[in-house]
Design a protein. Structure first.
Length: 149
């Protein structure tokens, strides 16, 4: 049996998908260092009772998604059969092709090439920073760091 805080952690994890954030929502973590929160969240995720509860919470969603795909494939099969029965071969082939795509049998791949089939050339624009003030340089550095992730 889970404690109320463990249950709250599980519910929060299902909602946000982040163990550390779920820990912060379920426990009093305001004064904890981020490393401590991360470690405590990992400990909970390694607990068999927690993982079992997370599986229970996920099960209906997984089942609903499976049934949606199954019903989609069945409907396309019905449309295919109806089209075939009406002698509409092109429509039947199209419905069967859509069934294959929905089931993941056909994956569209594209190759992107540069001039004359060569590699794509990427260029980074050159920026003259010499005319910027110290404040503008700091803003530029912050934006560059944020863009790099």
């Amino acid at each position: 049996m889970l404690t109320q805080k463990q249950e709250t952690f599980c519910q929060a994890y299902i909602e946000c998908g982040n163990a550390s954030e779920a820990y912060r929502r379920a426990y009093n973590a305001e004064k904890m260092k981020p490393e401590t929160v991360n470690r405590k969240a990992k400990e909970l995720m390694d607990d068999g009772k927690i993982t079992a509860r997370l599986e229970e919470l996920r099960a209906p969603v997984v089942e609903a998604a499976r049934l949606t795909l199954e019903s989609h494939l069945n409907m396309l099969a019905t449309l295919r059969d109806e089209a075939r029965g009406l002698g509409q071969v092109a429509a039947a082939v199209n419905a069967e092709g859509l069934r294959g795509k929905a089931a993941g049998f056909y994956v569209q791949k594209q190759e992107i090439t540069g001039k004359d089939g060569g590699p794509v050339e990427l260029s980074t624009p050159k920026v003259d920073l010499s005319a910027l003030s110290d404040g503008e340089l700091e803003q530029y550095a912050a934006l560059s760091a944020k863009a790099r992730g």
